[in-house]
Write a protein that binds this ligand. Structure first.
Ligand code: LLP
Length: 437
């Protein structure tokens, strides 16, 4: 990755800050974000779209990848819109001062309370997922005599190259209205008849960690076949086409993502060609990347602890975190790379298994990691943990969640505090009559 640097002490630095000093100052495990990298990723989308001056476009950061007040503020500073998928993510955004008009609300089961909250803060767009949501939102809007901008999420029937667990665009999906079975058309009809739901266009999301442009092109072409029918039959014109997120990143050498501009060029040229072919005006194009904005920017720093060598089989090296702060290896067999942060230049390497500290055999962060010979107390940096790391962190084994710092220009800033043991029992209520200690 371009973001790796080693200083004269042989220590890994991120954003000009020595990672060994970061662990001294903030403890471990520690999530570290290279802010410059996040800026670069946002800019890459913006300059890719700027090549098409006649086009209206929006890039929304999918905050499920990593949501915190500081991150949402940074997204706003970078001129990104925001995609939220729950009342909690929306609350974070509002607390952070993110302009509600630039927020899009997703989800396959938004509760009435969540929808109510979104309307109260004057959210920019609600992306309706299903018929129940049409009903709920219609009711809520009618009650307050207030319209809301919506997109309809459709499943375009396209499978993107990705891991099974994270496929969301194919026909058999819990998300969205199916194009092929007529559900999408029925939804368009229903909302076109609504006085409150202002249908601006369609949304689709074909998957995550995508390495080619084929899926996007197919999805767009498929959508246009229906759009041209709906134009004739329903007089529906699609002002906004949101093609979702899913742009891949390089966790390791097996991953070959395309440059951001290649995805955007393919999306824009396909939309333009299809609009032309079907004699429709070119819609606004929206994208909502999460992983590619924050994934490679994030690194997790751990301290190495215990060692176990099984002669002739393997050597386990355990870190002071694991599946509680990075669920992806256990959940998706996701592969990561690591460097020994305090001996980054050491040449004498060995192959070890990096284990987490959770009480579960599957808590292995990296199988067969090639790192310099290490000892207890050394610092291990697991790379590319910025997306779906902190956001999927959990309290398994009552491990407190690690702190998060932003680094840039040689300076670090704490953006999420480390949890304490007290935090872990904060919401526990006593059962025994005896006073607790
Ligand atoms: N838009 C929608 C509607 C989505 O469902 C997602 C991700 C995104 C945008 C952002 O996708 P991205 O650009 O980050 O690939 N926890 C999994 C990933 C789940 C993705 C869910 N949806 C993981 O750790 O790989």
């Amino acid at each position: 990755r371009g973001i790796q640097h080693v200083n004269e002490k042989g220590h890994l630095t991120i954003g000009g800050v020595d990672t060994v000093d970061l662990v001294k100052q903030y403890g471990s495990p520690l999530y570290v974000y290279d802010v410059q990298h996040i800026r670069n990723q946002a800019k890459a989308f913006q300059s890719a779209f700027s090549k098409y001056p006649s086009l209206t476009w929006h890039v929304a950061y999918a905050s499920k990848a990593f949501s915190s007040i500081a991150m949402v503020q940074l997204a706003n500073e970078l001129g990104l819109s925001l995609d939220v998928v729950s009342g909690g993510e929306l609350f974070t955004a509002i607390k952070a001062g993110f302009p509600a008009k630039n927020i899009q609300f997703h989800g396959n089961n938004k509760t009435i309370d969540e929808l109510d909250y979104a309307l109260n803060v004057n959210i920019g767009t609600i992306i309706i997922d299903n018929f129940y949501e049409i009903e709920c939102l219609e009711y809520l809007c009618k009650e307050r005599q207030k319209p809301v901008n919506i997109l309809l999420r459709i499943t375009p029937g396209v499978e993107a190259h990705t891991h099974d667990y994270i496929m969301t665009g194919q026909e058999d999906s819990k998300f969205g209205f199916s194009l092929v079975n007529g559900a999408a058309e029925e939804a368009v009809k229903q909302v076109m008849n609504s006085a409150y739901l202002q249908l601006r266009g369609l949304h689709c999301h074909i998957g995550s960690q995508i390495f080619d442009t084929e899926g996007f092109k197919l999805a767009i072409k498929n959508i246009y076949n229906y759009l041209s029918e709906w134009k004739k039959e329903l007089d529906f014109s699609c002002e906004v086409l949101n093609v979702g997120g899913g742009f891949g990143i390089k966790y390791n050498n097996d991953d070959q993502p395309l440059p951001i501009s290649t995805y955007i060029d393919a999306i824009v040229t396909t939309v333009m060609a299809e609009s032309d072919a079907h004699q429709m005006p070119i819609p606004e194009i929206w994208v909502e990347p999460g992983r590619v904005i924050v994934g490679e920017a994030g690194t997790t720093l751990y301290k190495l602890g215990s060692y176990k060598t099984i002669p002739g089989i393997r050597k386990y090296v355990s870190v002071d975190g694991g599946m509680a702060d990075n669920l992806r290896p256990a959940l998706y067999q996701a592969k990561y790379e690591a460097v020994l942060a305090n001996k980054a230049n050491a040449k004498d390497t060995e192959v070890v298994t990096i284990a987490g500290k959770c009480c579960e055999s599957g808590d292995i962060l990296i199988h067969d990691a090639k790192i310099p010979k290490s000892e207890s107390g050394d610092i291990l940096a697991v790379l590319c943990t910025g997306a779906y790391g902190y956001s999927m962190a959990n309290h398994y084994n009552r491990l407190p969640k690690p702190a998060v710092v932003f680094v840039e220009n040689g300076e670090s800033k704490l953006v999420i505090q480390r949890e304490t043991y007290e935090d872990l029992v904060r919401f526990d209520c006593s059962y025994s009559q005896e006073p607790t200690h």
